[in-house]
Design a binder for this molecule. Sequence first.
Ligand SMILES: [Ca+2]
Ligand SMILES: [Ca+2]
Ligand SMILES: [Ca+2]
Length: 331
Amino acid sequence: MMLVNRKMVLIFVVLVMFTNFASADTNWQIQSVNLETGEPNHPDLTTSNKVTVEGIILNNPSFMLDAEPDENSAGIGGQWQIYIQGDGNDHAGTAVWMGQVYDHVWGGDGTYTNEQWLAEIYALSHDPTTGYEFSAGDKVRVTGLLKYYNGKTNINERHSTEEDNDIIIELVEPAVGLPQGQVITLSNVKDVNNNDIFDATRLSGGEYYQSQLVRINNVSFVEENWGPGNAALITDSTGRTLPIRYGLGSGFNRACNLAEEFDVIGIFDQEGAYRLWVCNYDGNGLVLTDRGSKYNLPGEVTGDGKVDFRDLAELAENWLKCIPGSDGCND
Ligand SMILES: [Ca+2]
Ligand SMILES: [Ca+2]
Ligand SMILES: [Ca+2]
């Protein structure tokens, strides 16, 4: 009897180990495509099995999509999205997306009330064990269902408010820092005729950089179209071009002070065509990027995500002070 129990325990332990091992994917595995056709072919694309994957958060969500709840929206309601990028040898990234009004807008199942929606994205923004609030540069573990959309395999709820479809995000390591943007040129992702370079092996072209941070140096605008959420177009000295999507960052509400030739850092994205998603601009003048705001809320200085009297008090206390060596001291 004793022996049987030990055996059973052993089998159970091995099963648990195998299950844990089998359910962990890399971003590279999640983005798997058929080498001949380029079609996505992850085994759990249409099963009800959730995948688990780790990566570094690339963006604070309020700079990317508008999560403002709007259950009765004639528009599209709240949306929420982060990208995670694999580290080490995991040369790939994955978008994690949520929507509020699945049935009205996304051809799905159910709509979150405003209250439910806020609870959903609050849960996704905090480690379930410690309550820690995530930020770009944190390494996290994401568990959820897969859904293919316009060129990449995303983790999302498959457009359903069913609790079984929930996404879970857990902290692996806080503040590991953003990955350095891989320096590319437009010739890495566009051919001589300025067409997207698609390589189904994902070892070159746009697929190699998809959903990861890249940096492109010495570009200029063909179409500036400055403003939050707008689409722009950049070019380099070879005449190749690449679409830019501006995020919702409040920096795009200020004047564009970029030099005529500038560098750009953003998330290399595919939605049909390849494009670069730049979430915010911090006004530095030479590089179209933002180096560290947490919330997309001008005047929010205390770091709690709400503008109130505490921010005002801090502002008042420091009124007319300037940082030695900064432009502000020359006014
Ligand atoms: Ca793709
Ligand atoms: Ca849910
Ligand atoms: Ca505040």
